[in-house]
Design a protein around this ligand. Structure first.
Ligand SMILES: Cc1cc2nc3c(=O)[nH]c(=O)nc-3n(C[C@H](O)[C@H](O)[C@H](O)COP(=O)(O)OP(=O)(O)OC[C@H]3O[C@@H](n4cnc5c(N)ncnc54)[C@H](O)[C@@H]3O)c2cc1C
Length: 361
């Protein structure tokens, strides 16, 4: 691959880099994904997979993109399933949300009574305190591990090239324009490079003087996975201010997640995992005997204003698509579409002025 030139090189094979690679390839571009480890094993592997398009925690500036991306999901997931032969467990049972009291009144149009399609005891019989006020939200969930595996297969099937196990160290410039990138072992040629390195995006150097500022930081999330007593034991996503539960169709139940400023530390802490398990049992007492299948931690790509960084930098040919923080699984389809438009020089359908990389310079 040494002397080959690609139309676009993407740094990072998480769900953002993979979705963008597929989108660009579908439009005819030649694409190389350079991943320092194995594609899809970082934040995108650790995620819960809730597709929350309407939440008190979603910044207002992100809401339109979140809604657009959520509406793209059925087609996005279907295409990946068909092209890869991998099921991604897209579920649409909705979410039952126990909000903190202040949020009950904050959001116009949300009334507790009108948003529950049936009594709580019927929707989720295993929940403790069935008379507790709750919202029902029509939202989906997906299995991010299956999704990224499907995206890797789809990208390969479509002819996206991969270089794995070799970290990108710097983006190369020639006369102020991107000419490719350097890795620990080699270099690759392209006039367009997209930094999709998630929480690590800030570590990639660019040229020698005044590189674009990409202020991502890792935000740790610890989670665990329980085996439900039966596959339909919990059917909806359930969220409280303390913990959330995400059922998978195969009978797994994810319990998460912490939001911690802990640097690049991906170790789980037994006491934290036990605290999350206890919160799940307080919500659903019959989980007391459920076996823990696995626990893990991942690093969300956080940014100073909690908004993603999307678009062209001031360095010609250098683009960024990162900083998706808690919503990168949800935002993958819209990010791929918007970024592919920008890279091809088209005006994107969505206004993403709030996400421009230059806001930090
Ligand atoms: C516990 C937890 C729960 C979450 N739950 C949800 C949820 O329910 N819904 C949701 O929408 N989102 C959720 N998220 C957020 C979501 O996981 C992220 O926003 C999303 O995965 C970011 O994708 P990414 O591709 O940018 O990053 P990543 O998946 O981290 O991918 C970045 C890739 O870049 C590679 N890389 C880094 N540096 C280099 C380098 N120098 N050279 C080459 N490659 C490099 C990494 O190895 C990695 O594979 C959750 C995250 C966590 C941790």
């Amino acid at each position: 691959m040494r002397n080959k030139t690609w139309d676009v090189i993407i740094v990072g094979g998480g769900i953002i880099g993979l979705s963008l690679a597929i989108s660009l390839r579908k439009r005819g571009a030649t694409v190389l994904v350079v991943e320092r480890g194995e594609p899809g094993r970082e934040a995108s592997h650790a995620a819960g997979g809730m597709l929350v398009d309407c939440s008190a925690e979603t910044p207002a500036a992100l809401q339109p993109l979140a809604i657009a991306s959520a509406s793209m999901y059925p087609e996005f997931a279907h295409e990946l399933e068909v092209e890869s032969g991998t099921k991604v467990d897209l579920r649409d049972r909705g979410a039952i949300v126990f909000p903190p009291p202040e949020h009950v009144h904050e959001r116009p149009g949300f009334t507790l009574a009108s948003l529950l399609p049936a009594p709580l005891a019927e929707l989720e019989p295993a929940l403790a305190e069935p008379e507790r006020p709750a919202f029902y939200l029509k939202e989906r969930s997906v299995d991010p591990r299956a999704l990224t595996a499907a995206a890797v297969k789809t990208a390969k099937n479509r002819g996206v090239d991969f270089s794995s196990g070799d970290p990108v160290t710097a983006v190369n410039l020639s006369d102020g324009h991107v000419s490719g990138l350097r890795t620990a072992k080699t270099s690759f040629l392209s006039e367009k490079v997209v930094n999709c390195a998630g929480a690590w995006a800030a570590q990639i150097a660019c040229g020698s003087n005044a590189p674009p500022v990409i202020p991502t930081r890792p935000v740790k999330g610890q989670m665990l996975c329980l085996v439900m007593p039966s596959r339909e034991f919990i059917r909806h996503v359930v969220r409280t201010p303390d913990v959330y539960l995400i059922p998978r169709s195969d009978g797994r139940l994810l319990v998460g997640a912490t939001v911690e400023e802990a640097g690049f530390d991906k170790r789980t802490v037994p006491a934290t995992i036990q605290r999350q398990r206890a919160a799940a049992i307080a919500l659903v007492p019959k989980l007391a005997n459920a076996r823990i299948l696995e626990d893990w931690a991942g690093l969300r790509p956080g940014t100073p204003d909690a908004l993603p960084i999307l678009g062209a930098t001031e360095t010609a040919g250098y683009y960024v698509a990162t900083g998706h923080f808690r919503d990168g699984i949800l935002l993958a389809p819209i990010t791929a579409q918007v970024m592919a438009d920008v890279i091809e020089g088209h005006k994107p359908e969505h206004n993403f002025a709030a996400f421009t990389p230059s806001r930090f310079t």
